[in-house]
Design a protein. Structure first.
Length: 437
């Protein structure tokens, strides 16, 4: 059974489930919004739905109900590999079930069959200035593929609303199939004088990305798979996921929509945290000409805070414990690169900084998040170009947002259109609330 056929098989039950929920309980209140939330970026407002991932405050991200350790243990792996096929994760996202090896390979084979990139995309990238930011290049390449959109063509030809998900799935498979090669080509243009390593048809999606980057060190293919899995999805409220969903809710195809998401990911408050965390660790290494003592590390942390800066990679809006995505990468590093001095510093920071942040008294969650170590691993394997890290993040994040976009079309989610109020209206509401005994 093909991926499309499997999706079509499970869809009627989901449509019935959502229809029943809206019909029977559409007026049930879920939450109340405060003025602080309205003016504070809608933080913690419960107003989105996704069944693909959920951030549990105590257990971290769950993919279709499975924790990170469970996902890494249950998904099928290539022969001799430590980390699962990324295609297996995409199957889980779309179908909601742990795939067999054959089902994981079904997705991998779909990607291989769809991976060819039109020549004009390469021509476009060649035409851009050499000092262009790699995220701008990545976004431009993505939106240029809109010319190939199956959804856009089918929509203008005329199709039933109930069929919208089918070309959205086609476009999503086509886009995710091409992203590793596009990102690797940008890497070659920016940092390798245009020397590009073509894909190997015998490799899986995650390993092929490592191959095309030209990193031959043992272990990097597994790290590539791990990186993409861990960065794939994080609920629907993060900026890149929400921007993709918002654009797609207008019935834009996935190329327009994911370009919007990538542009959001490029912001310093979203996708740049991993490189900022690595830069801080490198500053520590430079300051002490190696790994500092515990007391030196503690003082450096306090110096950072006293200077009015944050310690990047620590704290999380939802989590109240160490991010399991951090833990997965930390365990990988301990196994494959224990003597790397930057990792040793990261390890020392993990032992010291949470206590410093607790002593400072401002952090709700002083534990490390995924960004605290992800750049360290890339740096160890020779991928040291900071500006490229967010492109890699984008390749992984495409997995979650495209799967969500397919389901949004399948369940007929409408255009997103919140209601706005003026400041004067909020002041009147506040005054009325104060006057009410």
């Amino acid at each position: 059974m093909s991926l499309k056929e499997k999706f079509a098989e499970i869809l009627p039950e989901w449509r019935e489930r959502v229809t029943r929920l809206l019909k029977e309980s559409g007026d049930v209140k879920v939450d109340e919004v405060t003025i602080g939330q309205i003016y504070g970026g809608m933080r913690d407002v419960k107003a989105l739905v996704t069944d693909i991932s959920y951030v549990d405050p105590n257990e971290g991200i769950r993919f279709r109900g499975f924790t990170i350790p469970e996902v890494l243990a249950k998904l099928p792996k290539p022969a001799g590999a430590e980390i699962p096929y990324v295609g297996g994760l995409y199957y889980l996202f779309l179908i909601g079930q742990i795939p067999s090896e054959a089902e994981a390979l079904l997705v991998e084979d779909e990607w291989k069959a769809r991976s060819a990139i039109p020549q004009y995309v390469f021509d476009l990238l060649h035409a851009l200035p050499r000092d262009a930011h790699p995220m701008m290049m990545f976004s431009a390449a993505i939106v240029s593929l809109q010319n190939t959109s199956v959804f856009a063509r089918r929509y203008h030809e005329g199709m039933k609303k109930s069929e919208y998900w089918e070309p959205m799935l086609e476009d999503s498979l086509n886009l995710t199939a091409k992203l590793p090669a596009i990102a690797a080509f940008i890497y070659s243009l920016k940092y390798k004088n245009g020397v590009y390593t073509p894909p190997d048809p015998d490799l899986d999606w995650g390993a092929n990305f490592a191959h095309m980057l030209g990193v031959a060190q043992p272990g990097y293919r597994d790290l590539s798979r791990l990186y993409m899995i861990l960065h794939s999805d994080h609920e629907s409220g993060n900026a890149s996921a929400h921007a993709t969903h918002l654009a797609a809710s207008t019935l834009s195809d996935i190329y327009y929509a994911f370009s919007a998401g990538v542009n959001s990911l490029a912001g310093p408050l979203h996708g740049l945290a991993n490189q900022e965390a690595l830069a801080w660790l490198l500053d520590v290494h430079k300051r002490f000409n190696g790994v500092p003592t515990r007391e030196q590390m503690r003082q450096f942390a306090w110096d950072t805070l006293h200077a009015g800066r944050v310690i990047p990679g620590y704290g999380h809006a939802v989590l109240r414990r160490p991010d399991p995505r951090f833990t997965a990468q930390f365990e990988f590093a301990e196994k494959h690169m224990p003597d790397d001095e930057i990792f040793q510093i990261a390890k020392l920071v993990n032992e010291i900084v949470p206590a410093v942040l607790i002593e400072q008294g401002k952090a709700k969650n002083p534990s490390p998040n995924v960004d605290a170590i992800s750049g360290t691993l890339q740096h160890h394997y020779g991928v040291k170009e900071f500006d490229f890290y967010t492109v890699m993040f984008g390749v992984g994040r495409a997995l979650g947002v495209t799967a969500n976009a397919v389901w949004a079309r399948a369940l007929g989610q409408p255009i997103e259109r919140p209601k706005s109020l003026t400041t004067a209206m909020l002041e009147q509401i506040a005054a009325k609330a104060k006057a009410t005994p």
